[in-house]
Design a protein around this ligand. Structure first.
Ligand code: MN
Length: 471
């Protein structure tokens, strides 16, 4: 593990001017994780877990080393109450927490399920107090006082939740926390219920809250602006000791701070190892997403399939030479596998290597010849190629190449054959020409001789007459 960290913490970090703009209280003191997949996660519109799934999720969370499991809301009764009671009785290492409104009967009933921890939730922002609860601040303070007092009298761990804390007037938030502390609450949950904080603001408010009350603070952040994990970490820098997370970031609307993102960010960006068994991250996320009727998006940080998929020729080449060129941590650390993807941006080296995986030897030249076909296919399909598609493409390419070669051979033969035929014909013609020429010559010669003879006769005839006359 250490050698994977080294390039970031030593080689790179030593070259950077690395200075937090604020004082950090992040220390080696253990940050604790409270997973709310079974409560806020299931509260997500459209998500419902069966009791069996809830039990499996609780077991998996416990196995990887989560400190506290928020198991649900007993006041909902029926299956929900039943499964919380079951989980509380499973003898897990994790603390089991039940979520409650500040309602005394509900809290009592909640404790009866056998959980060792309760969360008591009350909204603290004026918009919630006035328009949702239709009460006033004093009612909120009185209610939380009575609720915490009751819960603590049963000797359970108490988390006091300040719902919509991020929109709560700071003075009132401190007052609320002070009442909770007076009654013996173990922590206050700072809820960015609608996900409107940004990290620097978050740091500032949480720091004040801790300075003012001395209570342990838990971060409950939502991802409406993509800040859930950043805000949770800002809270940790400000001194918060708990983070409320969900597997895969499941949760109301855009979700909560994702368990796997918080853990890996703390480990690799903040050098803080929470000693969670990260090797099971993919498995547990896959399980929860299936149970929620979802799939893990390929681009999901930490556990998405693309985290360790490389297509671009330059990246694939780099990763094959040394994974650290384009990967922060090793895929097996989160239960994934590295994938070299063949597609539009691949180079011939990737094709050569990928086919070798299937026991297909191909020369670099052949791979370079195959490359345009690979790119054309990827463009046509609008995606990278499956392994099967690459092999098929290779087979077609080789078959076409063989056909083309056979055709060339055939044409060459044909050309040769035609050439020799023409040569023979030319020879025949030549011969014929020769014969005809000779014949013609002979005819001409005979004719010429006859003509000569005739001419001679014509010349000789008068002379013969003359000679007769003379005799
Ligand atoms: Mn929430």
């Amino acid at each position: 593990m250490q050698d994977i960290k080294a390039p970031i913490t030593e080689e790179v970090a030593n070259q950077m001017v690395w200075e937090l703009p604020v004082e950090s209280r992040l220390s080696s003191e253990k940050i604790k994780l409270d997973d709310t997949t079974l409560r806020d996660g299931e509260q997500t519109a459209g998500v419902v877990f069966s009791n069996e799934e809830k039990i499996n999720i609780a077991r998996m969370l416990d196995e990887i080393g989560i400190d506290q499991i928020e198991a649900g809301i007993p006041a909902m009764g029926g299956d929900e109450r039943e499964v919380i009671e079951h989980i509380a009785g499973m003898g897990l290492n994790a603390s089991i927490l039940a979520w409650n409104r500040a309602n005394l009967d509900e809290i009592k009933d909640s404790i009866d399920t056998g959980v060792d921890a309760v969360a008591i939730s009350l909204a603290t922002s004026d918009i919630h107090i006035k328009t949702k609860l239709m009460k006033d601040r004093q009612w909120v303070l009185d209610s939380i006082r009575r609720a915490v007092e009751l819960a603590k009298s049963h000797d359970v761990y108490v988390s006091v939740n300040a719902e919509d804390a991020s929109r709560t007037e700071l003075g009132f938030l401190f007052e609320y926390a002070a009442v909770a502390k007076e009654e013996g609450a173990d922590r206050i949950r700072f809820c960015d219920t609608i996900g409107i904080m940004e990290p620097f603001q978050c740091y500032s408010i949480v720091k004040h809250l801790i300075d003012e009350t001395g209570l342990e603070v838990e971060m409950h952040t939502h991802n409406d602006f993509g800040m859930a994990v950043a805000n949770a970490i800002a809270g940790i820098h400000a001194g918060a000791q708990w983070v409320n997370v969900t597997v895969g970031g499941l949760g109301e609307r855009a979700g909560n701070a994702a368990l796997e993102e918080v853990v890996m960010a703390l480990k690799y960006l903040e050098n803080l190892d929470l000693e969670i068994d990260t090797k099971q991250f993919y498995e547990i996320t896959d399980y929860v997403m299936r149970a929620a009727g979802r799939t893990i998006p390929a681009w999901k940080p930490i556990v998405g399939a693309n985290m360790f998929a490389h297509e671009s020729g330059i990246h694939a080449d780099g990763v094959l030479k040394n994974p650290k060129t384009y990967e922060v941590f090793s895929p097996d650390e989160v239960g994934l596998e590295r994938q070299i993807v063949v597609g539009k941006h691949s180079g011939s080296k990737t094709i050569e290597m990928k086919l070798a995986e299937f026991g297909i030897p191909i020369t670099r030249e052949e791979a370079a010849e195959l490359l345009p076909a690979v790119r054309a296919k990827a463009l046509l399909l609008n995606r990278s190629l499956f392994d099967k598609e690459l092999v098929k493409l290779y087979q077609n390419f080789m078959a076409e190449k063989a056909t083309a070669e056979a055709k060339v051979e055939q044409v060459e033969k044909q050309v040769k054959k035609t050439a020799s035929k023409i040569q023979a014909e030319v020879a025949d013609i030549a011969r014929e020409v020769e014969v005809h020429t000779k014949g013609a010559e002979a005819v001409l010669t005979t004719a010429a001789v006859a003509e000569v003879a005739e001419a001679k006769e014509m010349i000789d005839a008068p002379r013969a007459g003359e000679a007769k006359e003379n005799t």
